[in-house]
Design a protein around this ligand. Structure first.
Ligand SMILES: [Cu+2]
Length: 133
């Protein structure tokens, strides 16, 4: 994984498997070349995707994000209210205290697998407003 440091991978417990799970993480690029997160995969969900929450005129929407830039010398966070992983099609409900692997695919660094800790349903951060999903 070269110049990338990946930390604080976490998710939130879900009540069932019919609502999407979330995936948050911090990526630091200590190198001199820009990179980008271009995809995520996990055995925990059938359709994991990258999203970005964008608020326009007070209304939050979540366009599908094809890639998350990780510029040289910077730390990028997938965090509530911004870029996040959305785990559609959960295999089972995510239980607090559990964990699961997520493989991140970077344009330059290739694939990196991290362990994601499942925190409480009320873990900090605004929910990404998936009303209706
Ligand atoms: Cu989302």
């Amino acid at each position: 994984m070269g110049d990338l440091t990946i930390e604080h991978a976490w998710s939130r417990a879900t009540i069932g498997a019919d609502r999407p799970g979330v995936f948050y993480v911090e990526i630091t690029n200590a190198g001199s070349a820009d990179d980008a997160l271009v995809g995520i995969a996990t055995p925990a969900a059938g359709m994991p995707m990258l999203h970005e929450t964008v608020v326009t005129d007070g209304i939050a929407s979540m366009p599908h994000s094809m890639s998350v830039p990780v510029p040289a010398g910077q730390t990028v966070a997938l965090a509530p209210g911004g870029y996040h992983g959305m785990l559609m099609g959960l295999v089972t409900a995510l239980k607090e205290g559990g964990s699961f692997p997520v493989t991140l695919t970077f344009q330059r660094a290739g694939e990196v697998t991290v362990t994601v800790d499942v925190l409480s349903m009320r873990a900090e951060g605004p929910d990404c407003a998936h009303a209706g999903q």
